[in-house]
Design a protein around this ligand. Structure first.
Ligand code: ADP
Length: 313
């Protein structure tokens, strides 16, 4: 009896210690797993944050450049006017002053476009961008927009051709926003085309949807970039954008506006042979039209000047 007791005690203690150790090991393993998971989450969120910061940095660089260019022009012109005022040459310089005023206006439009693009882009991100839907003849909306740029395309030596397979197609849309979409696509077509090139704007009634396309025979877009040009702040190599200014916001806004209309946009292109942007809008009507905003269409001329302000004349 005397001999057995310590052995029992020893085994009992040994088992107890083993159980304790195992529990501690399991606990430590769980803690290690949890720490690893937490670290992985931190690494992932760091990667996401780095990407967001990079995109933010690119945005600031792009925007600063776009803000500085018109501001420098405006400030240099103001300085010049001050010199004319102080040396009494205002009258003598009248004709060049008129030209400078034209350039100042153009640069004010550029600033205005940039600011409204930034504001709208952030409204879209936060879900505050609103459409004012009403039933409109989409053929008329697009044709009027094309007609409004013919002066500019003529000055640029480009030929713009509008074609449709129907005279009337009433669909629910926000005409001011659709005008902006079409102007943006035409503005890009102008920017990336050369004298003598052609721009085709077509409408096709596909029954369940309407297809609007803007096609140019300009510089084209590499296939690898076709998917990303609709991303915010994305610009294909700036050196290729010969006649271009821009921030890379335009197409992302266009895409958002089309998608808010429950539509779809995509691009087809071949380097050196031009690009085609295709917008598909559903054929549907709204029973309650929101016409409050459409009264603003009276400032159409201003809208056009603002939208096309980054094209060099
Ligand atoms: P940006 O304000 O720079 O014009 P967008 O979002 O409108 O920005 O366009 C993004 C990029 O897509 C442009 O910088 C250009 O590289 C390319 N792109 C858009 N439209 C065309 C086009 N019609 N032809 C060639 N490249 C185009």
């Amino acid at each position: 009896m005397k001999d057995i007791m310590p052995a029992v005690n020893f085994n009992y203690r040994k088992n107890y210690l083993e159980r304790e150790t195992n529990e501690i090991i399991i606990q430590l393993e769980e803690e290690l797993k949890f720490t690893k998971e937490r670290l992985q989450t931190e690494v992932n969120s760091n990667i996401i944050m780095k990407k967001a910061l990079k995109s933010q940095e690119e945005f600031i660089v792009n925007i600063s450049h776009e803000l500085k260019t018109p501001l420098n022009i405006l400030s240099a012109t103001v300085q010049l006017f001050s010199i004319y005022c102080s040396n009494g040459s205002l009258d003598k310089m009248k004709s060049s002053i008129i030209n400078y005023i034209g350039s100042m206006k153009q640069n004010c439009y550029r600033l205005s476009k940039l600011i409204s693009n930034i504001v709208d882009s952030s409204k879209i991100e936060t879900g505050f961008f609103e459409l004012h839907l009403s039933n409109n003849n989409i053929v008329e909306v697009v044709e009027d927009t094309v007609m409004s740029v013919t002066n500019l395309t003529e000055i640029k030596g480009l030929n713009i051709i509008f074609d449709t397979d129907t005279e009337e197609k009433i669909i629910a849309c926000d005409p001011e926003k659709i005008e902006r979409v079409v102007l943006n696509l035409i503005s890009n077509a102008i920017k990336f085309s050369d004298k003598g090139d052609k721009i085709f704007v077509n409408i096709k009634d596909k029954d369940k949807f309407v297809e609007i396309s803007v096609e140019d025979n300009g510089i084209g877009i590499e296939e690898k970039n076709l998917g990303t040009i609709f991303d915010r702040f994305k610009q294909v190599d700036k050196s290729l954008s010969r006649n271009a200014e821009g921030t890379g916001i335009g197409l992302s806004l266009v895409k958002s506006i089309v998608e808010l209309h429950c539509g779809h946009i995509y691009a087809e292109s071949e380097v050196g042979n031009g690009s085609k942007f295709i917008v598909k809008l559903p054929s549907r009507n709204v029973s309650h039209e929101n016409l409050t905003h459409n009264k603003k269409m009276s400032s159409k001329n201003e809208n056009i000047k603002v939208e096309l302000s980054d094209i060099h004349l």
